[in-house]
Design a protein around this ligand. Structure first.
Ligand code: URA
Ligand code: CA
Length: 434
């Protein structure tokens, strides 16, 4: 059997065996089959699909292509969370200290932002001194003693995913439920946690634009997690507007701190409470989801959640005083008000375009090698459903380099649909897949 035979098989919608899938992933990582053949296979998969068994085998093959983090020697269960990514989606910095304050241990490996979406590693790097590249032994020690640690994903984890993702990205084969599920879950399974909560975003700023596909993705990922022996649950949540009000790295950490102080509420806080409640319930720290929500709220009111964030920041070399004094974050030189071009109710926003406007200000990267400005971004004053008057500020731009502010402003304002009339219907949490 040659790889050409396997491409033929999949092209004709035949099912690949476990051995065939493991062989192909291993051969690709070793460099013994060329990109063009793997590209053809990916396109065959895109058209003919993988069934659940094939998807699970692909996930395992990708997981086994590199190192697997062993957290089994840390007493108690270890939890992890993952978001499929969005704009102003800072839930990690809120959920993880909340559940740590409630007695869970969190070991989280995060990524950097790319395109219109942000990444937790970049956000954390806006905290003076904070390191996201710590040795695995120290990572485990912090999880054990502080209850949470967040680091950048090790280069050794799931190398097959890095190769396959790059190829998918350039062959229009990203958007396949099985390929996405295997990509995400191979990394989750390799990072060693026992329990995983997934936040699958749906809407015009997320990976999945409609609820049907978000459901399929969530269902597939939960099935994989469970088959692999992990407690897994997924929430499907809205990304038809930025989740929080802050877009941009230090601004987002500031917003997370304001929420952990109990000084700020809203959609970001609500989704974070819900994700935390799911973890507390799954791990038996709460008898019901409602009790989980209450415990999450209490950890904020008591200051314990913010205390956990501060302890993690200190353990990872950062300045924990940022939790009390957000003026210690890098700040942009200019704050520019962006005004509404008309009066009415904000009916909808193009979320990805808002992310792109923040990117133009320097908050994000177009390609992986771009450098970003941790201080810049956008702070929204208005959300979908809000009434605005012509000339009223809908957002503040925090900028250092003024050269692209006008372009960002045009993109941003055009992303808003403001009309007179009724309040648009809104859903924040669509469903839970268990
Ligand atoms: N995120 C990933 O890590 N992989 C995908 O394929 C899509 C989103
Ligand atoms: Ca353990």
């Amino acid at each position: 059997m040659t790889f050409l035979d396997l491409i033929h098989k999949k092209k004709h919608a035949e099912v690949l065996s476990r051995e065939e899938i493991f062989w192909f992933v291993d051969a690709y990582v070793k460099g013994s089959i060329p990109d063009y053949q793997v590209a053809a296979m990916l396109m065959a998969i895109w058209f003919q699909k993988l069934n659940e068994r094939e998807t699970l085998d692909l996930t395992y093959a990708m997981r086994d292509s590199g190192a697997i983090v062993d957290l089994s020697d840390i007493p108690g269960t270890i939890v992890d969370k993952h978001s499929t990514g969005g704009v102003a989606d800072t839930t990690t910095l809120i959920v993880t200290p909340i559940v740590a304050a409630c007695g869970l241990k969190v070991a989280k490996m995060s990524g950097r932002g790319l395109g219109h979406t942000g990444g937790t590693v970049d956000k954390l790097e806006s905290i003076p001194g904070f390191s996201t590249t710590i040795e695995i032994a120290r990572f485990k020690q912090i999880v054990e003693t502080v209850g949470l640690a967040v680091v950048g994903q090790s280069q050794e984890l799931a190398p097959a995913d890095k190769l396959l993702y790059a190829l998918r990205d350039t062959t229009a084969t990203i958007d396949n439920i099985s390929l996405i599920s295997a990509s995400i879950m191979s990394k989750k399974l390799a990072s060693g946690a026992d329990t995983i909560v997934l936040d699958v975003k749906v809407g015009n700023g997320g990976f999945m634009e409609d609820e049907v596909h978000a459901n399929q993705l969530a269902t597939m990922m939960v099935a994989i997690g469970k088959k692999a022996g992990k407690k897994t649950v997924a929430l499907i949540t809205d990304m038809n507007q930025p989740l929080g009000n802050a877009i941009g790295n230090s601004l987002e950490v500031k917003e997370a701190i304001e929420i952990l102080k109990g000084a700020h509420r809203g959609d970001l806080q609500k989704v974070s409470i819900e994700l935390a409640a799911q973890l507390l319930f799954l791990e038996g720290k709460a008898a019901t989801l409602e009790e989980g929500r209450q415990k999450a709220h209490k950890s904020i009111e008591s200051g314990q959640a913010l205390g956990r964030l501060g302890a993690m920041i200190e353990a990872q070399g950062g300045d924990p005083r940022v939790c009390q004094d957000t003026n210690l974050f890098p700040a942009a030189k200019q704050i520019i008000e962006v005004k509404s071009p008309k009066s009415g109710i904000i009916q909808s926003v193009e979320t990805a375009e808002i992310g792109r406007a923040a990117m133009l200000l320097g908050a994000g990267r177009l390609v992986k090698t771009d450098t970003i400005d941790l201080a810049v971004g956008i702070w929204l004053h208005k959300r979908v459903g809000d009434q605005v008057e012509k000339g009223e500020a809908i957002a503040d731009f925090h900028a250092n380099d003024m050269s692209r502010v006008a372009e960002a402003q045009e993109l941003f304002v055009n992303a808003y649909r403001i009309e007179s009339g009724d309040q648009p219907p809104k859903t924040l949490i669509y469903s839970t897949i268990t």
